[in-house]
Design a protein around this ligand. Structure first.
Ligand code: BTN
Length: 256
């Protein structure tokens, strides 16, 4: 299904940070809509029919949630920008704290949790050589478990976590502002401060189960945070320290 009803363009963002936002009532995927847009464009939709998650999973995108894709410039080598998903996760944590969410956390590589419930997920995709699309799905007043009962008990909603209701417009503005700040940080100071910040916040070591892409059996280890390149540092009993890129790991399950 193609995109329907453009609700608004150039939504005024009061932070004056120059995002150009297009809002649709329904699209297949905001990431796909944003794929060929120039840097500093963003797309939001009220619902998505083919929202994508990591590892080609379907992402439930019912009305009341925030489904947003933001296009950022990525000058230089592709390698240099492999840390973008983690940096975007770090930016979302900052925005959520400012909105009053207490103790949001990142489950490597890019699930945003509160307690054990998933509040938001991130999918960063590269469609062009000089930009990346940061796609974020955040549960706000929607009920993803009503659409997919297997999600019952696994999700969190912003409405349940803060006093007073935020609109999708409020949260959109917070996230876009945070992505601008994160991008400036990466250009001016690189990833190091962000990696340190994330490592400080993580409970380490944490016992986890890892499933690698490619169908091999899951195995257990201790999550030790990330290295300066954003790779997962995992210590296993038999093999000691192993490093994994996000694209090697299909699933990280926390065991404690
Ligand atoms: C995950 O946790 O697996 C990532 C989910 C990312 C979902 C968002 S919703 C907006 C954007 N458009 C998509 O198709 N996916 C992302």
């Amino acid at each position: 299904m193609s995109a329907t009803a453009l609700l608004s363009k150039e939504t005024p963002l009061t932070n004056g940070q120059g995002w150009r936002l297009e809002v649709f009532d329904h699209v297949p995927s905001t990431n796909s809509c944003a794929s060929q847009l120039p840097a500093w464009s963003a797309v939001r939709a009220v619902t998505q029919s083919a929202g994508r998650g990591r590892a080609a999973r379907h992402w439930v995108s019912d009305e009341g949630g925030l489904w947003l894709s933001a296009v950022v410039p990525c000058p230089g080598s592709r390698k240099k920008w492999e840390i973008l998903p983690l940096a975007a996760g770090w930016a979302i944590l900052g925005a959520l704290r400012e909105l009053g969410v207490s103790e949001p956390r990142l489950r490597w590589p890019n699930d945003i949790l509160v307690g054990r419930g998933k509040l938001a997920g991130l999918l960063v995709e590269r469609f062009t050589n000089d930009t990346a699309v940061i796609g974020v799905g955040l549960n706000l007043s929607n009920r993803p478990e009503w659409v997919d009962p297997s999600l019952a008990g696994l999700t969190a909603r912003l409405d349940d976590l803060v006093d007073g209701a935020y609109t999708v417009e409020d949260v959109t503005e917070s996230l876009l502002r945070a992505f601008r700040g994160m991008h400036t940080h990466l250009i001016e100071r690189g990833f190091y401060g962000i990696a340190d910040d994330l490592n400080r916040a993580w409970k380490r070591p944490r016992r986890v189960e890892i499933t690698l892409n490619g169908g091999a059996a899951a195995f257990h280890g201790f999550f030790q945070g990330i290295d300066p390149y954003g790779r997962l540092c995992l210590v296993t009993e038999n093999e000691g320290l192993r490093l994994y890129d996000a694209n090697q790991v299909a699933l990280l399950r926390e065991l404690e």
